[in-house]
Design a protein around this ligand. Sequence first.
Ligand code: ADP
Length: 259
Amino acid sequence: MPWHRQPGVDRERGSVAQDGGDPSVSPPATGPVLELRNVTRSYPGDPPVEALRGVSLSIRSGELVALAGPSGSGKSTLLHVMGTLDRPTAGSVWVVGHDTTRLRDGQVSGLRARTIGFVFQQFFLLEALTALDNVANGLLYAGTPLRMRRSAAEAALSRVGLEHRLHHRPTQLSGGEQQRVAIARAIVGRPAIVLADEPTGNLDSVAGAAILELLLDLNRTDGATIAVITHDHDLAAAFPRQVWIRDGTIERDNAEVAA
Ligand code: ADP
């Protein structure tokens, strides 16, 4: 059975509606999966730091996007705001058609859990758990029964090439393998979008290139929508869409050039 047709995670791409959660939380058929409208984010201080200054950005289902820029340009702030981990100071953040700035914190967490998968530079795996259970935990929020969670996790781990490492703990895995586990955890629930923060930043160049190839393949073969934050020009250059950030604004977006 293809990994993405596992029972309990048989989500139509971009759809989030059959996990016992809010059935109204499904994306409009043609709308963006993620959209920022004139977003600003300032950090208090004297003077305040304007980390994002009027960012508008729209990502559609099936896109593979690099959000690139130098250190201090606002990339991490952007990722946190896009991922609804942080609220904008002004402007709005729309996830599968929902204006998250109008939702309460609990509603935002639920929407986030069902629609956004995260991959971080530091992997953030639980050391005490096997690869299988780290990934199965990615479905905890959806209320999927344990056996189904494990079977979906096994399929996702196979998808990232780790079918032979199911019962290993993170300390028994290489950095590249740990990042594959983290990617399996991010995709196991078929999120509408995966946000990856410097996913190759802690890896050597060979392992990093393999992770990049995996992300490209998840997009090409499975149609996964993926946005990757990076300061690495070479990494960004491998992506069909590149959004360049500087001083908290979008300096260039090649999707707009093409449009
Ligand atoms: P990047 O990820 O591209 O390095 P950041 O989003 O981390 O950029 O930072 C953008 C700007 O916001 C920088 O000037 C940074 O110093 C500032 N900044 C980030 N986080 C905070 C914070 N918690 N408090 C104050 N300033 C911050």
